[in-house]
Design a protein around this ligand. Structure first.
Ligand SMILES: CC(C)(COP(=O)(O)OP(=O)(O)OC[C@H]1O[C@@H](n2cnc3c(N)ncnc32)[C@H](O)[C@@H]1OP(=O)(O)O)[C@@H](O)C(=O)NCCC(=O)NCCS
Length: 154
């Protein structure tokens, strides 16, 4: 498997992949034009995508990350995450945030790369999504917010 990761224009980000991580097409279409996108290609074809938005100088949010189900659990998501973390570190970012409604393996996925929980946004998914989002038989209700501080105070 030949894997390469590069920044791509938002127009090149496959919507079908983005919808795996965020089922609201209207939300994806709203943040995508202002996002920076990073694509993981396997033998030239996009197998993973990550979108990052900037909220304030130095403060960024990883708003979407997804790997094609045919390619999941082969390390592509981790390689993509590390690439994005390293890109923002090199560029002098202060903080990279992420939110997740799933508290199983996605939580370990972020924690393993240095993200720490800083907030629970209760009922986030009930307030912000018309449709119920169910994963592994569990309905997403609360959003766990995590952050990677590049210059931690301790
Ligand atoms: C989250 C996601 C991007 C991870 O991509 P990936 O290429 O499968 O990730 P990796 O192969 O690098 O695996 C990362 C870790 O998650 C674990 N993992 C991945 N998918 C898993 C699954 N379905 N069940 C259990 N563990 C899983 C892996 O075992 C690995 O753990 P390890 O580091 O201890 O070996 C991918 O599962 C995905 O696209 N999910 C759907 C979209 C989504 O929900 N995105 C937002 C997540 S908050």
């Amino acid at each position: 498997m030949s894997l390469s990761i590069h920044e791509v224009p938002p127009t090149d980000a496959p919507l079908a992949l983005l919808l795996l991580a965020d089922p609201s097409e209207s939300k994806v279409r709203a943040y995508l034009p202002g996002a920076r996108c990073f694509a993981a290609r396997v033998d030239g074809a996009i197998a993973g995508i990550c979108a990052v938005v900037t909220h304030a100088q130095g403060r960024h949010e990883l708003i979407n990350i997804a790997v094609d189900p045919a390619w999941q659990q082969r390390g592509i998501g981790s390689r993509l995450l590390v690439h994005v973390i390293d890109t923002y570190r090199r560029e002098g970012a202060d903080r990279l945030e992420v939110g997740t409604g799933a508290f199983g393996y996605p939580l370990a996925f972020y924690q393993r790369h240095g993200f720490r929980v800083f907030q629970v946004d209760r009922d986030f998914f009930l307030r912000n999504y018309d449709e119920a989002i169910v994963e592994d038989g569990i309905q997403h209700r609360d959003m766990l917010r995590l952050a990677l501080d590049y210059r931690p105070a301790h």
